[in-house]
Write a protein that binds this ligand. Structure first.
Ligand SMILES: NC(=O)c1ccc[n+]([C@@H]2O[C@H](COP(=O)([O-])OP(=O)(O)OC[C@H]3O[C@@H](n4cnc5c(N)ncnc54)[C@H](O)[C@@H]3O)[C@@H](O)[C@H]2O)c1
Length: 377
């Protein structure tokens, strides 16, 4: 009989529901060393929590996340709340000796992320952060193509995460604009593409950046008054230099009119190039030098059972995995780590490194100069 992994879920919005699904799907398709079980759900009020717990078939509900953190039946606290709450909840969970799985961005600043990382490491606790796109089998293929030398030396990485959910100036103020939760698009979306850049190319050494707020005030409720000033960035762009000598760009925008999920990169190597775009997350485009004249071009590789983790869901190629399946792969890897398997990355320490890049972008934009990542503690 495998032992249970008892999860306390905090938040039942977009990500809370995706996590709940993932924890259910993972043991159905993967062989896990532990049996994940969501034992309690916390949300902002008793009513919200009870309603969501009923729908998600979670046995207990509470209107106070502190109940989850101090619950002796909980092994792992899974945080899917707005960003401004991550640090307080994660710290309380660590102090209570629980493993923590937190949505990205881990904390409002690198200093906060470091505090969490050090607290967890002092306690010897496992930590996990939800940079799920790194779990896409096609992202893993891109990493393998680079690590194996198939595309040669990496010369350039052009990365972007652009969406348009804040592009309408009529979208009212929300927690995403709360400076208590940290930066704007550069933290919300930029953190994903920075995670991707580090995963595939390696650490970034220095950068120069610009950030901008396009919609400078928003109504508190749609169409209503009064309005509130927007204090965080809507878009950011940086020139970056990687430790291995590669150069590149990182862009983030949540006002990219028409873009819905444009987390993408173009990687240029000395022997080949890779294009990957999460709007079409089941396809990787690969160019390898040395093709016959007049026949040169990218090949489109569809995700299939020959790629890592795909066959657990589908026996046939090009039948498409989606966002929730990628989340299920993420929680599978968490369950593996909790059952004594390989350590999970990105953990809090890696999320801190990602946050240092976010903070460096903000510092560079503020001071209008190149910034070394080492300047950010
Ligand atoms: N990994 C990804 O791809 C991805 C995608 C979207 C969002 N996120 C991250 O997930 C987190 C949540 O985003 P979302 O889009 O699910 O937001 P959301 O607004 O849909 O959900 C937030 C949930 O937290 C609850 N909540 C608010 N205050 C609370 C409190 N005090 N105690 C308990 N619960 C509380 C809300 O009621 C809601 O259920 C954010 O950190 C965001 O950056 C990650």
């Amino acid at each position: 009989m495998i032992r249970p992994l008892r999860i306390g879920l905090v938040g039942s919005g977009f990500m809370g529901r995706s996590h709940a699904l993932a924890w259910r799907i993972a043991p159905l398709v993967f062989e896990l060393p532990v049996r994940p079980e969501i034992v309690v759900l916390a949300d902002r009020t008793e009513e919200l929590a009870a309603q969501a717990a009923r729908q998600l078939a979670i046995p207990r509900a509470t209107g106070d996340w502190r109940d989850v953190v101090r619950d002796p039946e909980v092994d792992l606290v899974d945080i899917t709340t707005p960003n401004a709450l991550h640090k307080e909840i994660a710290l309380a969970a660590i102090e209570a000796g629980k493993a923590v799985y937190c949505e990205k961005p881990l904390a409002p600043s690198a200093a906060d992320a470091r505090e969490l990382t050090e607290a967890a490491e002092r306690m010897g606790l496992s930590t996990f952060v939800g940079f799920n796109y790194l779990r896409n089998p096609m992202t893993r293929l891109a990493r393998e193509l680079v690590a194996s030398g198939e595309v040669g030396e990496v010369w350039n990485f052009r990365g972007i995460h652009a969406e348009d959910y804040m592009s309408d100036p009529g979208v009212p103020w929300s927690w995403r604009l709360d400076p208590a939760g940290g930066a704007g698009a550069v933290a919300d979306l930029g953190s994903h593409i920075i995670a991707m850049a580090r995963f595939i190319v390696g650490p970034i050494d220095e950068l120069v950046a610009d950030v901008d707020t396009v919609v400078t005030e928003r109504a508190i409720t749609r169409g209503g008054a009064p309005v509130r000033p927007v204090e965080v960035d809507d878009e950011a762009r940086a020139l970056v230099r990687f430790a291995n000598g590669a150069t590149g760009t990182i862009e983030a925008s949540w006002v990219a009119t028409g873009r819905k999920m444009y987390l993408a990169f173009e990687l240029t190597g000395s022997k080949g190039s890779i294009l990957l775009n999460m709007e079409r997350m089941n396809e990787l485009r690969l160019f390898v030098k040395g093709q016959k004249a007049g026949r040169e071009g990218y090949v489109e590789i569809p995700a299939g059972p020959d790629h890592v983790d795909y066959a657990a869901f589908l026996p046939a190629p090009a039948h498409q995995l989606g966002f929730n399946e990628i989340k299920a792969i993420e929680v599978k890897d968490i369950a593996m780590a909790m059952g004594g398997g390989p350590a999970f990355r990105p953990d809090f320490r890696e999320a801190y490194e990602i946050q240092r890049v976010v903070d460096a972008i903000l510092l560079s934009a503020r001071e209008r100069r190149w910034v070394s990542i080492d300047e950010i503690d």
